[in-house]
Ligand binder design. Structure first.
Ligand SMILES: Nc1ncnc2c1ncn2[C@@H]1O[C@H](COP(=O)(O)OP(=O)(O)O)[C@@H](O)[C@H]1O
Ligand SMILES: [Mg+2]
Length: 512
């Protein structure tokens, strides 16, 4: 058995060199500074290598571990070993020691002082642990070199009254608009005194919300808007019609036959409207749904089936048009444009259930793609309040299929919703959620919802409990694969004024 050899300092080829005593070795008072000399005989590596393991274990205690380096022979600070000085406290540390080792204390410190984000982007609030500023803007982080995120999409979840909308209005809408070439588009769902809750914010930005009204007095969105096909092609137009037909028919997906019949109708429509100055509308599509191609040699039975498949889509869309004639029938309203930094689609007056809201969101999403193609170089935050209308149902496929295109057009989709458990785990919406690289989780009321968030976004296990105890305006924030942090969202006075959803109530109090 051989041991590693470490020649002891002060030895040459195993022979001890005699250490000469310094001149102060005999002077009283100074001799305490003389380096003490090891008294035991020291075996060198060579001697050890020669001896057997048994010989080593038989050796006297002082020489049993020959590879050890005697400390006194190492160069280093002079040992001060005066018992008198020690008794008088000369060697005592000046400060009281910490009840921890330096290494442990270092770890505690990083947790306390390390800022979780840099200073780029938009101020979100403060980290409750370190009290440092949290600054993050998904598109800014996505556009950084190197990229800090792989997707600019954002997910904001939280129960009613947890502070999601206040946060969204400030951090996703008002503050980013101060950045160069940033703008925002909002689908405003919550009714507050007869109009959407973003109405106040929109007016402060110098424009009016685009109001959708079932009675036909408001804004109109054309399912067949030319910008849709210009942005995403015939395929995109097909996807949209399929999604809308599915929404209109109570979540019944189109069969192969129905898809084929729709595609055929679309081709006929595009041919007819190629040269006309007027844009095609949904009503124009209707007569083509149900037509059967004559040149494909379909049997009588197949022709009948094809015809019926077309009619089935036609009736679904017709129902939608009849119920919401003022919203979907005709060309898109002139004022629907992105001429302002903030565009608000006020859908607060459309009925909560039924096809209107998800259809407006779906058409809006596709319209945006086409519109943004005409004007590149902008970052557009697109906010879906009650975002599960968009990613909880048939429209999720649109978002998923258009991920790449929307990234290249500078779109950052922000989905605001109560809880993630509304999204079926095997749906395209679930993929969209998983791919969002920025998550703000506000309070969750039910343990299963908190657990869903914890598992889906890979939060620490005890964060599920944290989520259930968050106060309004507090959230758990995570971006990329960085560990989550607990944020307190801070608003300025005027932001409080604009964002508080109970402002109607407060105003009522003030006047009475
Ligand atoms: N950052 C905050 N600090 C303190 N209170 C807040 C904060 N954000 C929101 N709140 C309070 O919570 C209420 C509900 O906020 P809101 O954003 O409408 O919630 P949600 O959209 O989740 O339903 C607000 O009216 C306000 O009183
Ligand atoms: Mg809200």
């Amino acid at each position: 058995m051989t041991h590693p050899t470490t020649p002891a300092a002060g030895t040459t080829h195993g022979k001890r060199t005699a250490t000469k005593k310094p001149w102060y070795g005999t002077v009283p008072g100074l001799k305490i500074f003389v380096t003490p000399v090891a008294t035991s005989p020291v075996l060198t590596g060579e001697e050890d290598a020669a001896g057997s393991a048994a010989a080593v274990s038989d050796a006297p205690v002082s020489s049993r571990r020959p590879v050890d380096v005697p400390p006194f022979e190492r160069p280093g600070s002079v040992l001060r070993a005066s018992s008198g000085a020690a008794a008088r406290g000369w060697y005592a540390p000046r400060l009281a020691g910490a009840p921890s080792t330096t290494r442990q204390a270092e770890i505690l410190n990083t947790g306390i002082i390390g800022a979780p984000t840099g200073i780029d982007g938009v101020v979100n609030g403060t980290d409750t642990l370190s009290s440092t500023m949290i600054s993050h803007d998904a598109p800014t982080a996505y556009n950084a070199t190197p990229r800090k995120l792989t997707s600019p999409n954002v997910l904001i979840i939280g129960t009613v009254g947890s502070g999601k909308s206040s946060f969204t209005k400030t951090v996703m809408v008002m503050r980013p608009l101060l950045l160069k070439n940033h703008r925002a588009v909002v689908f405003d769902k919550k009714d507050e005194g007869g109009e959407g809750e973003y109405a106040g914010v929109t007016r402060r930005m110098g424009t009016e919300p685009l109001r959708f009204d079932p009675d036909g007095s408001g804004t109109r969105f054309n399912l067949m808007d030319p910008l849709i096909a210009r942005g995403t092609g015939l395929q995109g137009q097909m996807l949209l019609i399929n999604a809308v037909a599915r929404i209109a028919r109570g979540d019944t997906p189109a069969t192969e036959w129905e898809e084929k019949a729709t595609r055929y109708a679309l081709q006929l429509l595009f041919e007819k409207f190629q040269d006309t100055r007027r844009a095609a509308t949904t009503t124009d599509l209707m007569p083509f749904l149900g037509l059967v191609p004559v040149d494909q040699g379909l049997s009588g039975e197949a022709s009948e089936r094809f015809h019926q498949a077309g009619l089935s889509i036609r009736f679904g869309l017709q129902n939608l048009l009849e119920t919401y004639a003022g919203v979907f029938d005709g060309e898109t309203s002139q004022q629907v444009d992105l001429s302002h930094k903030l565009t608000t689609f006020d859908i607060s007056q459309l009925p909560d259930s039924g096809p209107a809201i998800p259809t407006v969101m779906a058409i809006g999403n596709m319209w945006l793609m086409g519109r943004l193609r005409e004007e590149r170089g902008f970052v557009t935050n697109v906010i879906y309040e009650e975002g599960w209308h968009m990613i909880g149902g048939p429209s999720a496929q649109l978002v998923k299929s258009n991920q790449k295109l929307s990234r290249s057009l500078g779109i950052s989709n922000v989905f605001v919703m109560h809880k993630g458990t509304d999204i079926p785990p095997d749906s395209p919406g679930y993929t969209v959620v998983q791919e969002a690289q920025t998550v703000y989780a506000f309070r969750q009321d039910r343990p299963e919802d908190a657990r869903w968030a914890q598992e889906t976004f890979n939060f620490a296990p005890d964060t599920a409990a944290t989520l259930m105890g968050l106060n309004p305006g507090h959230c758990v924030f995570k971006y990329g694969s960085n560990p989550e942090t607990h944020i307190r969202h801070i608003r300025s006075d005027w932001e409080v004024e604009v964002t508080n959803t109970d402002s109607a109530m407060a105003a009522g109090n003030a006047t009475t």
